[in-house]
Structures are given as C-alpha cells and as structure tokens.
Design a protein around this ligand. Structure first.
Ligand code: 5GP
Length: 193
C-alpha cells in the first residue's frame, strides 16, 4: 500500500537490531486518517469473508483494530499482556515473547469475548518473528473460533513470521512488506508486489 510505504520512507527510523520506529504515525502518535485508508484496503482484501470480530494484542494494535472494526461494522477485542495473573478460569491464556521488549508475557482474553464458531480477523501493527500472532492464534484455537485472516500493517519479510504463517495456510495481508532495512543509512527497501 503506497500511502503506508511513503510514510515509512518519510518518517520511519531504522534502529539497530532490526527495529523500525514508526512512533510518529503508527504506534505512539497515531494518524487516524492513515488508519482509515489501511482499514479500507483490508476491507477490500478480505471482501467476501465472514468476519464477526477483530482481535488484536495490546498495546500497539488497538488503535488500528478499532478503526478496522468500525469499517467492518463489528466489535474488536484486544488480548491483554500481563506479567503475573490469577487464573479464575474465565480467561483463555497463552504466552508471547515480545520482540521489542525481549521478555515473555502471559496474554489473556476473557472467554466471553471470543466464542466457539466465531469468525475472527487478527490485526497487528508489525509482523516480525510471528510470536504475537501465534499467541492470538492459540487463543482462537482454545476458543474454537475460526481465523479468517491476518491483517498486518508492516511485515518485516526478512524475518520468519510471514513465511511461517503462510506455510500454515493463513491468509496474511500485509500492507507494507519490508525486504531489507539498514540502520547505518536509514534506507528501507520494500518487497515488489
Ligand atoms: P513478532 O511477535 O512477530 O516477533 O513481533 C510483532 C510484535 O512486536 C508487534 O506486536 C510489534 O509491537 C512488535 N514489533 C516487532 N518488530 C517491530 C519493529 O520493528 N518496530 C516496532 N515498533 N515494533 C515491532
């Protein structure tokens, strides 16, 4: 999606350790007009699919998921990260290793918010190693929900997550796919569509 790629070229900052900072428009200060264009694009790419609910993971996915859900006319749920939890049996739980924070979180969602047979669209800001999405897939599996697709804003295609998910048959739609980035020059190269 050209609009997102242009913003990454203009405002993205490449950090050491394969981290792209996009906090001026995507995940700290947020541009809702850009999110609306992104949501429109996903709506086209997932046209014809039954989607009952959008599921994301806190914190960075929340703003994007809200606008996608509004566009699709469905609710959205965000899985919560927590360091220690009291399991009361009312929650599905999984573990996710955070690529940026380099630590493992328990991630939970209340059982009453993902239901058996519900068709879910997963949304997140980045796809790197795939751990965050694998966590959401696990929560959906526990609930017996059907994952209709995965919408990612920025996929770092040089990391393994995209290939892993596509090889398992998931419909992954990433709006910007980064082929390579260089923290010395700041250059970002995109996968040619
Ligand atoms: P994964 O679980 O696929 O390894 O990483 C995805 C998660 O890590 C996303 O939820 C995102 O918050 C964070 N993340 C991964 N790579 C980057 C990056 O390059 N920049 C930023 N800002 N977040 C990232």
């Amino acid at each position: 999606m050209k609009e997102l790629e242009d913003r990454i070229r203009e405002q993205g900052i490449v950090r050491a350790g394969n981290v792209l900072k996009v906090d001026s428009f995507l995940n700290h200060q947020c541009d809702p007009q850009l999110f609306a264009s992104m949501a429109e694009e996903w709506k086209k790419r997932f046209a014809g699919k039954q989607i009952d609910k959008v599921l994301t993971i806190e914190a960075s996915g929340i703003g994007i998921a809200a606008i996608v859900a509004e566009k699709l006319g469905v609710p959205f749920v965000f899985a919560k990260k927590t360091e220690s939890i009291n399991l009361d049996g009312e929650q599905y739980r999984t573990q996710v290793f955070s690529f940026t924070k380099k630590k493992t979180y328990d991630v939970i969602v209340a059982k009453r918010f993902i239901n058996e047979g519900e068709h879910v669209l997963l949304i997140d800001d980045f796809l790197a190693s795939g751990k965050a999405i694998l966590g959401l897939l696990d929560l959906c599996k526990q609930a017996g929900a059907v994952v209709e697709g995965i919408g990612i804003a920025i996929e770092k295609s040089f990391q393994e997550g995209g290939e892993l998910l596509r090889s398992r048959g998931y419909n992954v739609q990433s709006l910007a796919r980064i082929a390579a980035m260089d923290d010395q020059t700041g250059e970002v190269k995109f996968v040619e569509d």
